[in-house]
Design a protein around this ligand. Structure first.
Ligand code: UN1
Length: 500
């Protein structure tokens, strides 16, 4: 007899409890549409309960010293390390990235939690002299209070870990909404923190529709800061709603990341880089290389090598370690990507390979799309809009200047890359590429967590995640003046005479 699908509730005050609503949704394996679990379509009332629990837990969590808070976060990293195989497989089953990347997702969580737990003993401020005698000035970092973390499905443990780990070390309490394609990964994180000894109410999770649960979090008067990773249209709504309440909003949104291949590129290196950058995670990364901007002199030679390699990519069930490219996350996402492929054909881009859904045999049960490459022209929709699937637009250019101009002429600015052996040109690219991240002789994906992550233009606002900047998002700065002169000293007014 088949095991009954597990039905989850919402996680509030350290317990799985029933949602106030009756509606539920299923989370499925995108490789075969098998149902993995059922979750509630949370309600505004659920969010209110979650915020109330987070508010209640806040004074105690805030008062627990930062190094101690960080020890719990470090413990969470160690629990994840112990359970890496199981969690990696869960990521792969629920989200569809290949198993090596499923493990990588978990490893990225572990790396970040270890890194940020070190901040528990830093959370540094500034100390400065005063312009007046017998007075000292410094800053402290204080938590914001209850914060909302709304996360995407493409890094279902890593991105929540960036947000939750940093928020916790900084002393905030949290209402977390995982993406509706990956709630099981979210639930697994609740177990991890429970095992790590996180007090009840500090971290709460409500699943459901963005328009209901996400909106309720963003609009709740007690939620002091919002951290959102997702699409530009939703990001704009979150930003507007946050602005109306005058709260900090941190957005990590899309990308249309270029790899520039100059005529002096190492072609073998470029080949490995573009394969991983464009088709890793089936192109479903904000950082995915979705444009190859290539010098016309190497176009023919390189594309022969590239297309031959793409033809050999193994597409299939991502749990099989021999598979290179898995399915896209859902039917909707598949439709969206196929629609972009149709748009590309209609606007006259030349299809060099792929272009179809795979339907034969087991493929037909899941959401598999052939790795697809177009020869496009800059300005075509497929060459400037984010597709978020295994679709690459190749654009020919004649010079470095033209390459940089094309690379920059999109509304996004997350990641970027150049392959060249000319060191001066590499440095010029670092200076001129309009993006939060630039790689030299490496693809656009695979940022390390101890460095700031984020971008410019429509890619995001509100600072950078990860790295040393992660704590900026989740702390308020308190500026302190201590006057130990015993008299009223007036800054800007009192004259302080030089010593004789
Ligand atoms: C994302 O796609 O939203 O740099 C995050 C990378 C990963 C993170 C991607 N470390 O590709």
């Amino acid at each position: 007899m088949a095991a009954r699908t597990k039905e989850y509730g919402v996680y509030i005050g350290g317990e799985w409890v029933d949602s106030s609503g009756k509606e539920t949704f299923e989370t499925r394996n995108p490789a075969n549409e098998r149902v993995l679990a059922t979750f509630p379509n949370g309600t505004r009332k659920d969010v209110e309960r979650a915020v109330a629990a987070a508010e209640e837990a806040y004074p105690r969590w805030r008062g627990y010293p930062a190094p101690r808070r960080a020890e719990i976060v470090l413990k969470a990293a160690l629990v994840m390390e112990e359970r890496k195989e199981e969690l990696g497989a869960l990521v792969t089953r629920e989200m569809g990235k290949v198993i090596a990347e499923g493990r990588g997702d978990v490893q990225e969580s572990i790396d970040f939690l270890k890194y940020i737990s070190g901040e528990g003993r830093r959370l540094l401020g500034e100390t400065t002299p005063s312009e007046l005698p017998d007075k000292i000035c410094f800053t402290l970092r204080q938590p914001k209070g209850v914060v909302g973390c709304i996360t995407p499905w493409n890094f279902p443990t890593a991105i929540p870990s960036w947000k939750i780990g940093a928020a916790l070390v900084c002393g905030n309490t949290i209402v977390f909404k995982p993406a509706s394609y990956t709630p099981l990964c979210g639930a697994a994180l609740m177990d991890v923190y429970e095992e790590a000894g996180l007090p009840a109410g500090v971290l709460n999770m409500v699943t459901g529709e963005g328009g209901v649960v996400g909106t309720a979090i963003v609009e709740h008067p007690k939620v002091r800061s919002i951290s959102f990773t997702g699409s530009v249209p939703v990001g704009k709504e979150v930003y507007e709603k946050g602005a109306r309440r005058m709260v900090h909003v941190h957005l990590e949104l899309g990308g249309k990341n270029p790899i520039i291949a100059m005529e002096d590129a190492d072609l073998d290196l470029l080949l490995e880089g573009i394969l991983f950058g464009a088709f890793g995670t089936a192109g479903q990364r904000c950082t995915a290389a979705s444009r190859l901007i290539i010098h016309e002199d190497i176009y023919d030679l390189f594309m022969d090598l590239f297309l031959a390699r793409v033809a050999r990519l193994r597409i299939g069930d991502p749990i099989d370690p021999k598979v290179d490219v898995g399915p896209v996350v859902s039917r909707d996402q598949m439709e969206r990507v196929l629609n972009y492929i149709a748009i590309g054909k209609n606007e006259g881009a030349k299809l060099l390979c792929g272009g179809h859904r795979m339907t034969k045999g087991a493929y037909g049960k899941g959401f598999f799309i052939e790795p697809t490459i177009f020869l496009a022209r800059h300005g075509m929709r497929i060459a400037v809009e984010e597709i978020f699937g295994p679709v690459l637009s190749v654009i020919k250019i004649k010079s470095f200047e033209e390459a940089v101009a094309v690379a920059n002429d999109v509304e996004y600015g997350l990641s970027s890359s150049i392959y060249t052996r000319d060191i001066n040109r590499a440095w010029r690219a670092i200076d001129r590429l309009e993006a939060g991240i630039t790689y030299i002789n490496a693809p656009t994906i695979g940022a390390e967590v101890h460095l700031p992550f984020g971008g410019i233009k429509n890619t995001g606002v509100g600072g950078r995640e990860a790295g040393s900047t992660a704590i900026d998002e989740f702390t308020e700065i308190k500026t302190v003046f201590v006057d130990y002169s015993g008299r009223l000293q007036k800054a800007q007014i009192e004259e302080v005479k030089p010593p004789k």
